[in-house]
Design a protein around this ligand. Sequence first.
Ligand code: FE2
Ligand code: FE2
Length: 186
Amino acid sequence: MDDPKHDPHLATRTSLSQDMRSSLLHCPRDSWASQPGYGGKASFFLEYHALLRRGSLALRAGLESCLGNFQPGHPNAELDDAVRTGRQLLQAAHHHHAIEDASYFPAFRQAFPKLGSALDLLDNDHRILGAALDETGDALDRVQAQGEQRGLVALAYDRARALEHLINRHLDDEEDVIIPIFLHAR
Ligand SMILES: [Fe+2]
Ligand SMILES: [Fe+2]
């Protein structure tokens, strides 16, 4: 069970609970890059996570800039770029979660039963993230269809800002759970 004092919800937690941390394979983050197995799946996942972090930052920053420079009725190439960035992010994130859900997480559950609670948390994160990705996609659809409305750009920005927070929290915590697995199971 999670520490009742520690809210495990992705939108509000600030870290994994101490109970959950104590159930993980031990491998401190600052030692990962010097581990013999680092060059395989561990570094691949970290690089893909970095891509998702960069994409969510670029989407939020792009929409923030669009809002600052918004001129009603004017074609806005910056907005087109932000929408394109958002589409790439949504596709990459859905693709990544689908592989984790279908392949990696079930295999980890089987090989490391003591990680069940941590993997339950990550599964739940994926459900929350899936909804946030869909909401962001809907907002981008509306911007693309009626981009001359400042309120729609503001809505897309709000969704992108929320999504960036969720993605960063999830990836930080997921790495603490799964990177030690890759390093131990090489
Ligand atoms: Fe991941
Ligand atoms: Fe994930």
